[in-house]
Write a protein that binds this ligand. Structure first.
Ligand code: PMP
Length: 338
């Protein structure tokens, strides 16, 4: 028996991805983070940030947690806040999926939608959330904190204490590599540091979507980007505090078509209905597996569920509008006569 839903965060299964493994001659394993109570890998960061703020005394009983998020961190924060008695205010770019916004409202988070703006613009959701937190901290008698997931290293600390050690234990130390995409960098840096501490020979890789500047940063030392991606929650134009010192040995770029191929394949043949960032991660794991050669064990993250993107990744009109492939079974669904 668990004392509360908080204790259900983490300890997720590590699942063998059969087709990715067969195609590469490696063992590719995905950590099923979509099975966290809030439905994503970000439950871990949310819990770690809240626990850190409580321990520091900055988050007081009845206080408010303010954050700018693509959605999943907000869902995790709302869950943790509800369980522990805090209020949640979330600033989200309008472009994020309706499903995530609905989920936030359902969870009781107060939502502020802002136009999508680059980080350099003061209207960017991260800066709006910081200003809102400062205002509430000054005016709300119970106080308020800014979770600041990008530059608050409590985020990566959570992964260093949980995600990394879990992967090590679940593979009994027989793990050659770990790779994932970056939003804040908490997952990559925290998990990477924990695995390197146990065995420095483990290869740590980053799988970067188009439009993100981190592939060029790790490949050539410059922050440049081109193109764009329909994936959500990943891609980054700067080296966040969470990413500083991340032990990255391998970098690759994955475009939407390659990521979607993997997402559709995992849904159709392995019963794993996942979001776009999981597609980038598994595609990246396959590239890293090919780079290392047959016989290696490569681990990655299955970040969240495809259900969170029904209106996008599994929507014919959306996909066709972007010139992207449509899963063939979408048409089969309504065709069977009883
Ligand atoms: N995938 C999804 C769906 C996410 O929401 C996030 C978090 N923004 C990530 C991956 C990346 O995780 P991290 O912030 O730890 O880099």
């Amino acid at each position: 028996m668990l004392k509360s839903v908080i204790d259900a965060i983490g300890h997720t299964p590590l699942i063998k991805l059969r087709r990715a493994s067969d195609l590469t001659g490696c063992t590719i394993l995905g950590k099923a983070e979509f099975m966290n109570p809030g439905g994503s890998v970000k439950d871990r960061a949310a819990l770690a940030i809240v626990e850190d703020a409580v321990a520091r005394g900055t988050l007081r009983p009845g206080g408010t947690i303010v954050e700018g998020t693509a959605g999943n961190t907000g869902i995790g924060l709302a869950l943790v806040a509800n369980a522990l008695g805090y209020r949640t205010v979330i600033v989200i770019p309008e472009t994020q999926s309706q499903e995530k916004k609905d989920m936030l409202r359902m969870s009781g988070a107060e939502l502020v939608e802002v136009p999508a703006k680059p980080y350099s613009d003061p209207g960017n959701y991260v800066h709006v959330s910081q200003r809102l937190a400062e205002r509430l901290a000054a005016t709300d008698p119970n106080g308020a904190i800014w979770a600041n997931q990008f530059d608050n290293v409590a985020n990566r600390g959570g992964h260093e204490r949980t995600t990394g050690p879990e992967i090590w234990d679940q593979t009994e130390g027989k793990v050659d590599a770990f790779i994932c995409a970056v939003g804040t960098g908490g997952t990559l840096a925290g998990t990477g540091l924990a695995l390197k501490a146990r065995n420095p020979a483990i290869t740590i890789g980053i799988a970067d979507p188009m439009g993100s500047a981190l592939f060029s940063y790790y490949d050539a030392g410059t922050l440049t980007s081109a193109g764009s991606s329909i994936t959500e929650g990943i891609g980054q134009g700067r080296v966040t505090a969470n990413l500083v010192g991340a032990p990255v040995d391998f970098a690759c770029q994955v475009d939407d078509r390659e990521a979607l191929d993997v997402v559709f394949d995992l849904a159709e043949h392995e019963g794993l209905l996942l979001g776009g960032s999981s597609g980038v991660n598994v595609a990246g794991a396959m590239r890293l597996a090919r780079h290392l050669g047959p016989g290696h064990t490569v681990t990655t993250i299955l970040c969240d569920s495809g259900a969170r993107y029904a209106s996008k990744l599994f929507n014919r009109a959306f996909l066709e509008g972007k010139g992207l492939p449509v899963p063939p079974w979408l048409d089969r669904a309504d065709r069977v006569d009883a």
